[in-house]
Design a protein around this ligand. Structure first.
Ligand SMILES: NC(=O)c1ccc[n+]([C@@H]2O[C@H](COP(=O)([O-])OP(=O)(O)OC[C@H]3O[C@@H](n4cnc5c(N)ncnc54)[C@H](O)[C@@H]3O)[C@@H](O)[C@H]2O)c1
Length: 263
């Protein structure tokens, strides 16, 4: 029996990368899954919807449709996001606003309507009944520490981390758990877009080396933590921002371990 048998999950950003891997993992674990993205996409076994997370009417309509189709929503994994920014002296206000809109305001809107539905479910079923609710936001290690050229993106993800903690406090007494995942650098189309500049190959290799396993993460390695967080195994876990980063923020290697034969 799958770990999410009988559960319904909404995954935003379900067409690509971490969202897509989460859709696939949740389906494999027996969940009924809604995959939402900006554009029409295929997600075999899931219900797909076009939902722009920056548009409140679309987000509200998405949750209303999910409620009608499945009777409620147990889990939301909010993975829709974009990467952009740059040092602030090179960043125009419109680009700053675009990143904050998708990554931070999008999180606010998805969490707002997810929480409203889960509160209604808590009233209907009782907090120890079915359909209590768990929300997982995709933040980033770049919401926990600074990185080169990080500005709008890092600020948006730092905002996601603290918003997550506030939701956990506001809704804990209704049995709703809210957590964030802070991935390291994960091999997805988003990353390829950021580092598409000429001459970035060595930088890219260095970023991979900065993870303690010497490689980038895989989308499936984030999906498995999302699975844990929405499952009953995480019944006492809320308000966390969990780095899933191959040790990227644990500290730095400068070569001493190589000299010690640990390279
Ligand atoms: N890949 C990484 O290295 C990495 C690291 C840390 C955090 N993250 C975060 O994880 C999440 C998923 O990233 P990914 O690497 O899978 O990216 P991705 O580009 O592969 O997928 C993101 C998806 O979000 C969708 N999306 C973008 N704007 C949207 C909007 N307004 N409404 C609805 N959908 C929208 C895109 O169409 C895309 O399908 C993002 O929040 C990202 O910031 C990624």
């Amino acid at each position: 029996m799958g770990r999410l048998e009988g559960r319904t999950a909404v995954v935003t950003g379900g067409a690509s990368g971490i969202g897509r891997a989460t859709v696939e993992r949740f389906l494999a674990e027996g969940a009924t899954v809604e995959s939402w993205d900006l554009h029409v996409h295929a997600a075999p076994g899931a219900t797909t919807r076009v939902v722009d997370v920056t548009d409140e009417a679309q987000v509200a309509a998405g949750f209303a449709a999910a409620r009608t189709a499945h009777g409620g929503v147990d889990a939301v994994v909010h993975a829709a996001g974009i990467a952009s920014g740059g040092p602030v002296h090179l960043l125009d206000e419109a680009e700053w606003a675009r990143v904050i809109s998708v990554n931070l305001t999008g999180t606010f809107l998805v969490d707002k309507h997810a929480a409203a539905l889960m509160l209604e479910q808590a009233a209907r079923f009782g907090i120890d009944g079915a359909q209590r609710g768990s929300i997982v936001n995709l933040a980033s290690v770049e919401g926990l520490i600074g990185t080169e050229g990080g500005s709008a993106y890092n600020a948006s993800k730092g905002g996601v981390v603290i918003l997550t903690k506030n939701l956990a406090i506001d809704y804990g007494r209704r049995g709703i758990r809210v957590n964030a995942i802070c991935p390291g650098f994960i091999d997805t189309p988003l990353l390829a877009g950021v580092f598409g500049l000429p001459g970035m190959e060595e930088v890219f290799a260095d970023i991979a080396r900065a993870h303690q396993f010497g490689r980038l993460g895989r989308a499936e390695e984030i999906a498995s933590v999302a699975l844990f967080l929405v499952s009953d195994d995480a019944s006492f876990v809320t308000g966390t921002a969990i780095p899933v980063d191959g040790g990227y923020i644990a500290g730095h290697r400068h070569g001493v371990s190589d000299l010690l034969g640990l390279g």
